[in-house]
Write a protein that binds this ligand. Structure first.
Ligand code: HAM
Length: 421
């Protein structure tokens, strides 16, 4: 016998007992995005690695250590997409969507990062997100946050906390960066190895360090908020005012910097109770990204949520959305053709009925066992006798009730009158 092959580390199968929850989440997200006027965009899973190097940033963990990249046979340097934003912008530029006016887009699907797997952190994970292009904010920034706020309610998720911050424009951040580097250089002996490396590549990320030995040093570092330009400050104020009026509470976290380089002005995160991997949804404004990918300067903002992390917060409610209403059993394999004819007629007559035809034969007792295991509410039994009489036998699988013979044409009525569909 050949040896078994397992899924790749950090990449997971989503099994049938979980998929109903995924589908329920996806339906709610899609309905809400559509209701807010967002249209779907689907990007390929494989992109030129350059798309992310230029935007997410060469010195970020994602590009430096975590991308699944490879050289294709024709020497193209490709990667599995680690996120959707840069990919979405690449597509908008390539297809001229930005010339058509402001865009409100949503997407969902797998992303790939070679991180160390742990609870809530995977190598293939799934994001759903909104991206908006052509609107400078802060009104659209507020819409993105208000959308997520409504989404949590629609999903029945409580206890997520919103953190917001403004990173200012690239120019104002450059001034801050200089001050920060000078500060850390003067305390270089207190920096850990990782932070020393970041000092030249990405000093703002030092503020994100989780090393407890460096917290005092980080707490005393200069604050970005003191270097913000007037426009960023004004926009941030206005966003706060809209959120206040919309009843969305938030905490300003001046240390929120995010792990991707393309952000400017607003950044935000929704944080839940999952320990180290507690950020469920994150986003912000990325006004420079379109230009970085060769397009005309266009303001833009968006967010993405991690589906695995979100589902872990959703109540594990039993859902019967995928349980069959009925399982059809034919008493004699030779009647299978008639069985399928009958079931197709029933599907025509009762759109949406979840009807499972029992395949694979077996004696009646075994067939009832299978019907029972499928979770069906009733078994519909079609034998020679029923066929000749134009009837069908209905056996209730979930309640003590006499088996009953019903006229085939009257079956749709019977099913609805008895609360089966
Ligand atoms: P991000 O913060 O890298 O941002 O990822 C967004 C969310 O994806 C995280 O908050 C988390 O819930 C989930 N996530 C990220 N990495 C993993 C992982 N290894 N395992 C499980 N879940 C994960 C972005 O990707 C930006 N593109 C967000 C954005 C959209 N900004 C503007 N528009």
């Amino acid at each position: 016998m050949a040896g078994i092959i397992k899924a790749v580390k950090g990449m997971h199968d989503i099994l049938p007992d979980q998929s109903a929850r995924w589908l329920a989440f996806e339906r709610i997200f899609v309905d809400l995005a559509t209701a807010y006027g967002y249209k779907q965009i689907r990007m390929p899973l494989v992109e030129q690695a350059e798309v992310f190097k230029r935007t997410v940033g060469e010195a970020t963990d994602i590009v430096e250590k975590e991308m699944y990249s490879f050289t294709d046979r024709n020497e193209d340097f490709l990667c599995l997409r680690p996120e959707g934003t840069a990919s979405c912008v690449r597509a908008c530029i390539e297809h001229g969507l930005l010339r058509l006016g402001a865009q409100r887009l949503w997407y969902g699907g797998p992303m790939f990062r070679r991180e160390r797997p742990q609870a809530g952190r995977y190598r293939q994970f799934h994001q759903f997100g909104l991206e908006t292009l052509g609107m400078p904010g802060p009104d659209i920034d507020a819409e993105l946050i208000i959308f997520t706020h409504r989404l949590w309610r629609a999903l029945g998720i409580e206890g997520l906390a919103l953190q917001i911050n403004s990173l200012g424009t690239i120019e104002s951040r450059a001034g801050y960066r200089e001050q920060l580097v000078a500060y850390f250089e003067s305390h270089i002996e207190q920096l850990d190895e990782d932070s020393r490396r970041r000092l030249s590549t990405n000093p703002l990320r030092i503020l994100d360090s989780k090393n407890p030995d460096m917290q005092a040093l980080i707490d005393a570092a200069p604050m970005l908020s003191e270097y913000l330009d007037d426009e960023s400050l004004r926009d941030f104020e206005e966003l706060r005012s809209i959120l206040d009026q919309a009843g969305v509470s938030y905490r300003i976290n001046p240390r929120l910097v995010r792990g991707l380089d393309y952000y400017q002005k607003l950044v935000f995160e929704w944080v839940g109770g999952l320990g180290a991997q507690s950020t469920v949804c994150a986003g912000g404004r990325y006004d420079g990204l379109v230009e970085q990918l060769g397009g005309r300067a266009t303001p833009a903002a968006g967010f993405a949520l991690g589906v695995e992390r979100l589902l872990a917060l959703m109540a594990q409610e039993e859902t019967d959305a995928d349980r069959p209403h009925a399982s059809l059993i034919v008493t004699d394999q030779e009647m299978m053709g008639i069985g399928f004819q009958f079931s197709e007629r029933l599907r025509d007559a009762v759109p949406g009925i979840r009807l499972m035809v029992n395949c694979g034969g077996g004696n009646l007792k075994n067939q009832f066992k299978k019907a029972n295991r499928s979770g069906a509410t009733v078994a519909l039994v079609l034998g020679q006798e029923e066929r000749q009489a134009g009837e069908i036998s209905v056996k209730f699988l979930r309640e003590e009730r006499e088996q009953i013979r019903v006229d085939q044409d009257g079956l749709p009525n019977f099913l609805s009158q008895n609360g089966i569909i």
